[in-house]
Design a protein around this ligand. Sequence first.
Ligand code: HEC
Ligand code: HEC
Length: 243
Amino acid sequence: MRGTPGCCTGLQHDDISTTFTRKFLLQDRYAKVKNENSARIHRTGVAAVSLIFMLAGISSALAEGSIEAGKSKSVACAACHGQDGNSINAEWPVLAGQHANYIVNALKTFKTGERNNPLMSGQAAMLTEQDMNDLAAYFSAQTPAGGTADAALAVSGERLYRGGNPKTGVSACAACHGPTGTGNGPAGYPRLAGQHAAYTTAQLNAFRSGQRKTDASQMMRNIAALMTDEEIKAVASYIQGLR
Ligand code: HEC
Ligand code: HEC
C-alpha cells in the first residue's frame, strides 16, 4: 500500500498497521479464549468418559457372577445337566468347565428365542441377568468329567479336528476351539473337550441345516455346511475323548 498515490502517507500506514496489529492481537486473544474453552470442553469430555467407564466398572462388578449363589440356583438345572454340570444323558450338554461368557450368551439366546429348544427355552425364560451370571460362574468353575472316543473314529476325527478338510474347505476346528478343545472365552469360542458326542452331532446338524443361528458371522454354519455325516460323526467322537 505504501506509495499508492493519494492514499497512504507514512502516518496513515502507521495507523493502518496499528489497526492490523490490534486486530491480530484481538484475534490472538479470541483464539486463546477459544483454546481455553475447547480445553475445558475436552476436560469435561474426559471426565464424562471416565465417569462412563467408572459406571461400567460398577455395573460389571455387580453383574459378576457368584459361584455360591449359582450353586443354589443350579438345583433347577441339575436334573438335566447334573449337579456338577456333568450330565448323564448324552443329549444334554456338559456345562462343567464351559466358559462363563459363552454360558451367559447361550442362556440369553434361549431366553430371546434366537436359540430354540423345548427343554431349555422355558428354563431360560425365568432367569434374570444376575441368575445367568451366577449360574455361569458356578458351572464354569466345575471340573468336566471327560469322556472317551470310539477308537474306530478317532483317527479320522483327529485329522479333521486338527487339519480340517483341505479338499472341501472344512476349517480346522483346532484353529478356534484350540488344539485340546478348551476353546477361547473372550473370543466366544466354546470349550468342546469331553462334550457328549450325541450332543455335538446334534449341534453340528443344527448349524448345517441353519436351525441354530446363534453363531456370529455364520462361523459355524459355514463350516458345518461343508461337512459330511461321516465327518460329523468322527469329529464328535474325537471331541468326546479330548481332555
Ligand atoms: C429338562 C432338561 C433341562 C433342564 C432342566 C435345563 N436344561 Fe439346559 N439344556 C437342555 C438341553 C436339552 C440343551 C441342549 C439344547 C439344544 O440342543 O440346543 C440344553 C442346553 C443348555 C445350554 C447350552 C450349552 C451349550 O453348550 O451350548 C446351557 C448354557 C444350559 N442348557 C444351561 C442350563 C441352566 C443354567 C439350567 C438351569 C437353570 C438348565 N440348563 C436347565 C436341557 C435342560
Ligand atoms: C472360525 C472359528 C471356528 C472354527 C474354525 C470352528 N468353530 Fe465351532 N464354534 C465357533 C463359535 C464362535 C461357536 C459358538 C457359536 C454360538 O455361540 O452359537 C462354535 C460352536 C461350536 C459348537 C457348539 C458347541 C456347544 O456347546 O453347543 C460345536 C459342536 C462346534 N463349534 C464344533 C466345531 C467343529 C467340529 C469344528 C471343525 C470342523 C469347528 N467347530 C470349527 C467357532 C469356530
